[in-house]
Design a protein around this ligand. Structure first.
Ligand code: BT5
Length: 239
């Protein structure tokens, strides 16, 4: 594993994407500040200051895309929960990969597959974690109730220690995850969920699906029970 530390960048995911040809498998890009952090679907990730974590991992597991790569965000969400719990913060996962503490969003994950001229180049797995933030700044985050680890634990968080724990957790079972897939983490993922058994409205592109979150299947998809039939969802946002 190689680590690149940047003082400031627009987005660690954008940097990794732009330089993917020059970056080895398992390179970690870590920025102290992010001026244009990205979420999914053109949303933004707010930089709450230099004490917070912004990093992207470059993954080049093979020359071709494989379905298991779509579950890497769920794998990372389980890793994040384990690390947060080592700080005494009880965490939960909101499908597909929001990580919450006390019902508030503490981390976000953005996975991007990079293709060039029809060739699969790799995956950029980006993660932002609020570690040391002020409540007054968190309150300015649009559309979400958020929190940070210092607020939840009452202690300042050593960002390098947290990053080390997260990368150790991620890479210790990464190869096994690639060969076993979502089933390897299914038990942990489900034990952390905060949505199964609930009546949900889920935004899927520009439509809203309503139903009972019945279960998560072996591929990490959400089975939503609707009035007339079950719907299998691979992406979406629980509203
Ligand atoms: C995500 O998107 O949650 C993925 C965020 C990934 C950020 C990392 S940082 C390092 C790497 N480089 C990047 O450019 N990105 C990755 P999504 O599920 O679309 O959620 C975005 C929504 O979360 C926003 O619309 C806000 O409502 C909320 N949000 C934004 N900043 C936040 C923050 N710091 N803490 C909690 N919630 C936030």
């Amino acid at each position: 594993m190689r680590e690149i530390l940047l003082e400031e960048i627009d987005s660690t995911n954008s940097y990794a994407k732009l330089n993917i040809d020059d970056l080895d498998d398992k390179t970690v890009i870590h920025a102290l500040r992010q001026t244009a952090g990205r979420g999914r679907l053109n949303r933004s990730w707010v930089d709450l200051g230099a004490g917070n974590l912004f990093l992207s991992v470059v993954l080049k597991p093979s020359g071709e895309f494989s379905e298991v790569y779509t579950n890497l965000t769920q794998y990372l969400s389980v890793c994040l929960c384990k690390v947060l719990e080592s700080y005494g913060a009880e965490s939960q996962i909101k499908w597909p990969n929001d990580v919450l503490v006390n019902g508030k969003k503490i981390a976000g994950i953005l996975s991007e597959s990079v293709m060039q001229g029809g060739n699969f180049k790799g995956i950029i797995l980006g993660v932002g974690v609020n570690l040391n933030a002020k409540q007054s700044e968190i309150d300015l985050i649009p559309d979400k109730i958020a929190t940070s680890l210092n607020i939840e634990t009452g202690n300042d968080i050593d960002i390098n220690l947290f990053r080390g724990k997260l990368l150790d957790e991620f890479f210790s079972n990464y190869d096994k995850f690639l060969s076993e897939g979502f089933e390897m983490i299914k038990h942990d993922y489900i034990s952390k969920n905060c949505f199964i058994g609930k009546e949900l409205n889920i935004k899927v592109f520009d439509r809203i699906e309503t139903g009972l979150a019945k279960r998560v299947n072996d591929k990490g998809e959400l089975i939503l029970e609707k009035e007339d039939s079950d719907l299998t969802l691979t992406i979406g946002d629980i509203l």
